[in-house]
Design a protein around this ligand. Sequence first.
Ligand code: SF4
Length: 441
Amino acid sequence: MKNVALHNLGCKVNAYEMDFIQQNLLKKGYNVVPFDEYADIYIVNTCTVTNIADRKSRQMLHRCKQLNPKAVVVALGCYVQTDSKGVIGDPDIDIAIGNNNKSKAVEIIEEYLAGETAKKVDCIIDINDVKNPCPYESMSIEKTIEHSRAYIKIQDGCNQFCTYCIIPYARGRVRSRRQEEILEEVRTLSSNGYKEVVLTGIHIGSYGMDFKDGSDLMSLLEEIDKVPGIERVRISSLEPGTMTKEFIERLKNLKKICQHFHLSLQSGCDSVLKRMNRKYKTADFTASVENLRKAFDRPAITTDVIAGFPGETEAEFEETADFIRKIGFYEIHLFPYSRRHGTVADKMEGQLTRKEKTDRVKKLSEIEREMTRAYEESFIGEKVSVLFEEPREIKGQSYMIGHTDRYLTVALKSDEDLKNIIKEVKLSGFLADGIMAGEEA
Ligand code: SF4
C-alpha cells in the first residue's frame, strides 16, 4: 500500500478535518508516515489567516517534491481557497481541494491515481456564492489522532467580517451541523473511551442561526450533557453576544460543562473594537464575565488579544492593558497584529512597526503572567479533578500530566498509566512554570 504523509496548519477545525482524512486513509489501508519522510502522497491542509500563514502553506507544499519528486502533492483548505489561481498554476501541486470538498479528498486522490481525472485536479468551489450557499459538509470521527480529549466540529463559516480577518472569504457563510449528527459522534467517541469533548467551529456563537427548527447552541449543549460516559464538555470560544445572562442561567444547570470559558476580546478599548468591526463593547464583555462569576466558582476566563491594531494609539493600548487587569484573565493568547492582504485593516492608515507591536505584546504578557500565577495560586491546598493525558519525565521523576476542568495543568508523581482517567488530586504548589504539583487526595 502507498505511504501518505500529512501536514496540518492552522486551527482546531483544520485539525478535525485532517483527523477525518487520516481516519479514511487508514481505513483504506494506506500507511501514514511522518511528513519529513519519503512518501508517495503528501497532503498539506493549509491556512490563510495571515500573510505568514500563506507563506508557511506554500513552503510546506514546496517541500513535498523535494522529498520525492514523483510524489502526488495535494493542497487542501483555506489557502487553496483564497489563492486558487496561484495554487492551480503551481507546478509542484497536483491536486487542489478547497473548503467544503475535504470530505471527498481520499476519493479524489484515488481517482487521480487511477488516471481517471485530468493531470491537474482542481476541486475548488465558490464558497462565497451567496445565491447558492453551500451546505454544511458532513464529516465524522471515531477517534482523534493526537489528543486524549476529542475536538468536535459543530459549525463552519462566519458572517461577522471583522476587519482584520480573511476567514469569512476562505470558509464562507455560517452553516451548522445537525444536532443529531453531532450527538451520534459524541456517543461514538464516548463508546471509544473519550471522557471530554471540546466543541469547536469557525464562529460557534452562530451555531444554529441557519436552522429553522429553533435548535441552537444551548439546546445542543443540553443534549450533549445527557450522553453517558462523557464527563466534560468544553466550549472552545464564544463572544459576549452569546454569553448573555439567559444563556449563563441555562449553562449553570449543565452537569458536565467545564468551568473554563474562552471569551474572545481582541481589544479592551471601544474605539479599537469599533475599527475591528467587533459587535460588542467592553461593557458587554464585563457584564458577561460578571454573570459567569456569579454563576460559577472562580471560572477560568481566557481570551485572545491583538496588540498594535492599525491606528492603536498609546492611550488606546493603555486602555486595553487596564481592561485586562480589571477583568483578571487566567490566560491570554496574545498576538501582534498581523497584516493579511484582502482585509479592510490591511488598507488602514497608521500601521504600527513590528517593534511597536512586539513591545505591546511584551507588556501585555507581563500582566498576563501575574494574573495566571495569581489564579493558579488561589487553588493551592484544594482538591481538584484531573483528566490525565500523558506521562512525562520532570526533573528525573515520572509524572502523569493532565488538566482540570478549569484547564489548570497538573502533574502527579506516578508510575501507573493514568491516561484517560479522571482522578481527584490535592494541589500542593508548583512543579514548574505553568505546571501545578498534585498529591494523592
Ligand atoms: S468572528 Fe471575526 S475573527 Fe472570528 S472568524 Fe469571524 S471574522 Fe474572523
